[in-house]
Design a protein around this ligand. Structure first.
Ligand code: PLP
Length: 451
């Protein structure tokens, strides 16, 4: 039964949480999680009756917002018909989800291995690449996030790896393009692209091309700062992979399923990887689901040789029914086109205008419903508003910024010295403008910490 949204009910939820829930990425006694009573569309609310416009889409996954009635109904129908069935069987929801996903993935990425989320998709993509090539190493980018499980966190290029890294052999990091913080080496996107490709190829030469199974990249690095790769970079990586027989893995867990105003971010660049990981937006996160889309050539490796890996809940019918309904909603309601149009016509100009008025904004970057504002103490030196530190915890300027946003009914995504503007892909224009007004006020608070 849905709990009554009263402060007393909220206090009971909170007390049980504090007593028994061990939270991700947190010092357990230093956190104060909000008790959420409900959510719908682009909003959620607490037990005190406060509503928040969710500019974080949960963890950048509610691409069609909360509680879409068609997806909720599809989950209910599937639950009534066949709640679960083991992965070795052909089940309608599973095969239909795989068909709809394969129809949209680029090139011949037509075989879908289902997982429970993004990190295990990365685990399996890297295992597939190592088995396909018979090579041990994986190259991954600094300033990236690929998940919290063993292999995924070891390829991750953000401070969370430092604490949980077991020093897995065979993972080598490199510097992907990021002009804003690469200015001592490059002044233009073209130069930064050339620098990054040359650096990657040199890294490969020094590691030994015959030892490298895969290069894994987020098509557009998300958690680490929404850095749009310069034109030609991903095509250049594709060429390098072809030259050395390296498997090219694009991680689209965050960037996929409409976030960038295309079905996949790879579509923006016309690049086809050999393996593509997805999760989050595939079913707006209503039931845990992720997966790896596999090219025909790599799938052929396992035509007569078993793939040594699997999960009890791989392609869970409830999750797959949610994916089928979500993809159909996105297609019927033109969500991808909406994200592209609203992103280009409303969000981008508004964010650029905010950047002109607020001296705390060092850079605006992104596309579709996938934007980051890099907040700085000083625009000239580009010193981050919060110095990069080992924990990634928001220090005073960013927490003051976030508190102001929340006080004005906006739930922001804050990571280090950045706020990401990542509302649901079907957010309305009016909602977007409401959130931008609160963001404007919160940026005035951030401005107070600049010099
Ligand atoms: N890959 C990318 C690009 C992500 O953004 C994330 C999560 O944010 C993951 C992998 C891990 O996904 P999950 O948290 O579902 O394991």
């Amino acid at each position: 039964m849905t709990p009554q949204p009263s402060p007393q009910a909220g206090a009971a939820v909170k007390a049980a949480d504090r007593a028994h829930v061990f939270h991700s990425w947190s010092a357990q006694e230093l956190i104060d999680p909000l008790a959420v009573a409900g959510a719908e569309g682009s909003y959620f609310w607490d037990y005190e009756g406060r509503r928040y416009l969710d500019f974080s889409s949960g963890l950048v996954y509610t691409n069609i917002g909360y509680q879409h009635p068609k997806v909720v109904a599809a989950i209910q129908e599937q639950a009534a018909r066949l709640t679960t069935f083991a992965p070795a069987f052909a089940v309608e929801a599973r095969s239909e989800a795989a068909r709809l996903i394969a129809e949209r993935t680029p090139g011949d990425l037509d075989k879908i291995f289902f997982t429970n989320g993004g990190a295990d998709a990365v685990e399996h993509a890297l295992r597939v690449a190592r088995l396909h090539t018979g090579r041990p190493k994986v190259l991954a980018a600094y300033r990236s996030y690929h998940g919290g499980t063993q292999q995924a966190v070891n390829v991750t290029g953000d401070p969370r790896r430092w604490a949980s890294d077991s020093g897995t052999a065979g993972v080598v990091h490199f510097w992907a393009p990021f002009l804003y913080r690469s200015r001592f080496y490059a002044e233009t996107e073209e130069q930064e692209c050339a620098r990054a490709l040359e650096h990657l190829e040199t890294t490969i030469a020094f590691e030994g091309p015959g030892t490298i199974a895969a290069i894994i990249l987020e098509t557009v690095p998300g958690t680490a700062g929404i850095m749009m790769p310069p034109a030609g970079y991903l095509a250049g990586v594709r060429e390098i992979c072809d030259k050395y027989g390296i498997v090219f893995v694009l991680d689209e867990v965050m960037a996929g399923f409409g976030r960038t105003g295309t079905w996949f971010a790879a579509d923006l660049y016309g690049v086809v990887p050999d393996l593509m990981t997805f999760a989050k937006g595939v079913n707006s996160g209503y039931v845990p689901l992720g997966g790896v889309a596999i090219s025909a050539a790599i799938a052929a490796t396992f035509a007569e040789r078993p793939y040594p890996g699997g999960l009890t809940y791989s392609g869970h019918p409830l999750a797959c029914a949610a994916a089928v309904a979500t993809i159909n909603v996105m297609a019927e309601e033109g969500v991808v086109e909406h994200a592209a149009r609203l992103g280009g016509e409303v969000l981008e100009p508004a964010l650029r205008e905010l950047a002109e008025r607020h001296r705390s904004v060092g850079e605006v970057r992104g596309t579709g419903m996938f934007w980051a504002l890099e907040l700085v103490r000083n625009r000239e030196t580009r010193e981050p508003l919060v110095p990069y530190n080992a924990t990634g915890q928001a220090a005073a300027p960013m927490s003051a910024f976030a508190a102001s946003a929340k006080a004005h009914g906006l739930w922001p995504f804050v990571n280090m010295n950045r706020t990401h503007v990542v509302p649901p892909c079907n957010v309305s224009e009016a909602e977007l403008k409401e959130g931008l007004a609160a963001l404007d006020t919160a940026l005035s608070v951030a401005d107070e910490y600049t010099e």
